[in-house]
Design a protein around this ligand. Sequence first.
Ligand code: AGP
Length: 389
Amino acid sequence: MSGSCDYRCSKVKNKQKVQCTAEVPKKDGFAHFMLKEIYEQPQAFQKTLQGRIQQGKVKFEELNFTQEQVKKWDKIYIIACGTAYHSGLFAKSMLEEFLGVFVEVEIASEFRYRNPLLDEKTLAIFVSQSGETADTLGALRKVKNSGATTLAITNVVGSTISQEADYNLYLGAGPEIAVASTKAYTSMLIMQYLLSIYLAQVKGTMPEQKKEKILIALQELPEKAQQILAQKELYPEIIQGIKNAQSLFFIGRVFDYYIAMEGALKLKETSYIHAEAYGAGEIKHGTMAIVTEETPVVAVAVQKSVYEKTLHIVKEVADKGVFVLAVVEEGDTEMQKWANKVIYIPQIENIVSPVLAVLPLQLLAYYTAVARGCNVDQPRNLTKAVTTE
Ligand code: AGP
């Protein structure tokens, strides 16, 4: 393992790591690193986008794929753990739509112990904030020598995964100290939007108009994120319905479901409350039996195509007297009739809205953990980089 850490800086030139001294991150007046990192997201978004959108196109200096190469890939794997895995779920939808290729998102600790189909027609993407996660690294080593092309998305310069993959995209989100990943996750999302568009661009399968809309929206994210982060006064009241629960459910559909998964993980790891995410429709297939007044529900409903369907489930749980917190877009007037609390996010091109929708869930996890007296930055039993198997 190359000795990366969260705050030491290292420069990589032609895959040669050169260590240099950098300042140890400080909390800069924030009570915890997690809160600081949540608030750093607008700048982190800018860093991830920097130089990568030029004249209406996505540019990656790090990648030199030819159309022939991209056309050759008939399957793509996205392999990661935890929060990084959640980020890959979005890329699956986008890559399948934009490239017309089958994509599988895999948990690294599972992928590495089975016999996946790998050959020279495979692209394997590894996503890891630390670039040192043992299972993701193990999965990368399994793929190497299979003929597949490997591409890493990492946040720590010079990390092992970034060095061992054929290609690496560096997030540039800045050091993330809190165990609970926040700004690295949203930067991973942005990077995967860019990568999906880039690959479709090279392949020639991305409609110009669609690309233009998404690229404009990505550049609007920093400012719209600021607007959400400015509303911190909402949370002390919102968490009243959550902080004493023993168990709660996060629901959503498709992109909203993937955000719900991330929201549940964040709450679990920081506040130690049992939280599970369900596709809103799937909750009816068993789990509804344990949805009671004792189990608050957090509903994410910002995707227009599935909004009504999620609302339908919200009505059903609200009828049972369940405390419902919902995240919806500004302008929505329906959800407030059913949910106890509603958080509004600014309107934006719908495909990009998950990057905004997760911010209230990060704040929810943070403020709930603080209210419960938890060790926010260093939750029990967890480490920042899981380097043991
Ligand atoms: C995120 O909040 C978690 N601490 C955890 O799931 C993390 O994302 C996972 O361990 C993967 O880490 P990595 O991105 O450094 O590979």
